[in-house]
Design a protein around this ligand. Structure first.
Ligand SMILES: Cc1cc2nc3c(=O)[nH]c(=O)nc-3n(C[C@H](O)[C@H](O)[C@H](O)COP(=O)(O)OP(=O)(O)OC[C@H]3O[C@@H](n4cnc5c(N)ncnc54)[C@H](O)[C@@H]3O)c2cc1C
Length: 436
């Protein structure tokens, strides 16, 4: 393990970003070692539960025939709730239930092991139970490898790809990550609950391998964030993702927020009789485009959550596909740089250019203003109640009093929640500009 420049590339982390980077390099015939602190790929990794596989189409054609899937998502619901009301946009698609599919629920230890397996089958070397403890630099300050916790052993290569997840130790040490601010992170907590497949099918209105994804706003006691409920084969995942500083300020324990969500009248019937199998918590880098680190330095690149690439823009919580997209692009950029013998920041610049031309940075750039809107006080604390009251006003039959009409109901709901119609109009236009 201590041979100088024994490899063409060192990848740190065997999450989706790391495995994709290693796969790209191995396929290009480069010698690449992937270092993972856990005993196997995915053993330490936490997420909500849905992977969007379109990013794999070009990397592993017909991946859906071999990926370890729990259920294919055919129903996607976006729900707003108050303590005792809920309003949902519930979309269902037959097309999402057949190849090439859209989203799948999958268990991270299974999915990450599968993707790491693709990399090792292509020739990458995976070293597990090993922590990268720092960078090795040459006298000119260029990164030329990493130190590990195996008696301080070093792994040297002309290029290191840091895929070590949120709050990346290596990106920080390289000075690539701007000063980490708590407001750039959310805390995700989730429970996995055992529930028989028949109960899931009956309660969520699905069958066979069909699954459901419910994203929820208004379930976090006003703490900026949201909740989710996903169906796996014989378990469901329920959790919340909330702003770290606001959570600390509110002095609420995240488990209490999950307990609230599980007890909500619109959620509780789905979960009746379920049993807690596991609980997990993890940080999410939700700051978006403006909080990303510099992506390449001399001898080094950063990908996936290490580069703050999770897209958390209200309507979406996608990180695994962004990690795969960026990891694969980093692996390809490393191969090109090695081929011309220039692994300087300049030689690795094609990485960023590649990401700008595909969804990874294009989506982030387009949605860069989304986190501020979605996490704003009005969207978080006033609109869920306003919209639920609007629905209640429209659908409650008031006979013998005549129907109130949309504008009057909207005015009443807005006034009740302390929102001016002008503010509502401004936020609607802002939302259309950001998401339209
Ligand atoms: C609660 C929650 C819900 C989420 N829901 C979703 C969702 O439904 N869908 C979705 O697409 N995304 C979701 N995400 C985001 C998603 O989990 C991440 O974007 C994704 O895991 C990023 O992949 P990665 O490879 O960059 O990092 P990670 O998956 O974090 O992998 C990093 C790897 O590096 C290893 N590592 C770290 N440090 C070292 C070190 N020093 N030495 C060696 N190894 C190291 C870790 O063990 C790990 O295996 C969610 C996240 C959270 C927390």
């Amino acid at each position: 393990m201590t041979e100088p420049s024994a490899f063409d590339a060192v990848v740190v982390g065997a999450g989706p970003a790391g495995s994709a980077a290693a796969l790209a390099l191995a396929r290009a015939g480069r010698s690449v070692v992937m270092v993972e602190r856990g005993p196997f790929a995915g053993s330490k990794n936490v997420y909500g539960g849905v992977v969007y596989g379109r990013v794999l189409d070009d990397i592993i054609p017909t991946w859906w025939n071999e990926v370890p899937v729990e259920r294919w998502v055919v129903r996607r619901s976006t729900m707003m709730m108050t303590e005792d009301q809920s309003l949902a946009i519930d979309y269902r698609s037959h097309a999402w239930g057949v190849a090439p599919y859209n989203g799948m629920t999958t268990v991270r230890s299974h999915f990450d092991s599968w993707l790491a397996g693709q990399a090792t089958e292509a020739g990458a070397q995976l070293v597990t139970s090993t922590v990268a403890t720092g960078l090795v630099r040459d006298s000119a300050g260029r990164v030329i490898g990493i130190r590990t916790d195996r008696d301080g052993a070093e792994l040297r290569a002309p290029v290191v790809i840091a895929c070590d997840g949120v709050n990346s130790l290596l990106a920080k040490e390289a000075g690539l990550l701007p000063r980490a601010e708590a407001s750039h992170y959310t805390l995700g907590v989730k429970e996995v609950l055992d529930l028989p497949a028949e109960a899931i099918n009956e309660r969520f209105g699905v069958r066979g391998h069909e699954g459901v994804d419910i994203e929820i706003l208004g379930c976090t006691r006003g703490i900026p964030g949201g909740g989710f409920l996903y169906t796996n084969a014989e378990t469901v995942s329920v959790g919340v993702v909330v702003s770290l500083p606001h959570l600390a300020e509110a002095k609420v324990r995240p488990e209490e927020l999950i307990a609230d969500l599980k007890a909500h009248p619109s959620i509780a019937p789905y979960l009746r009789g379920s049993h807690l199998r596991e609980y997990a918590a993890h940080l999410v880098p939700e700051g978006g485009y403006d909080t990303m680190p510099t992506l390449a330095a001399d001898g080094m690149m950063v990908a996936g959550d290490a580069a703050a690439m999770t897209l958390a823009a209200g309507l979406w919580l996608e990180g695994v596909n962004f990690a795969i997209g960026s990891g694969y692009a980093a692996g390809r950029a490393a191969d090109r740089a090695i081929a011309v013998g220039d692994c300087s920041a300049r030689g690795l610049a094609s990485y960023r250019a590649d990401l700008e031309n595909q969804f990874v940075l294009a989506d982030h750039k387009r949605l860069r203003k989304a986190p501020a809107l979605v996490l704003s006080e009005r969207v978080q604390q006033r609109y869920p109640g306003l919209l639920c009251d609007l629905a209640e006003g429209m659908f409650t039959v008031t006979n013998p009093t005549p129907k109130a009409g949309g504008l009057r109901v909207t005015r009443a709901a807005a006034a009740k929640h302390g929102v001016k119609l002008r503010e509502l109009a401004v936020d609607t236009i802002r939302g259309m500009r950001i998401f339209g």
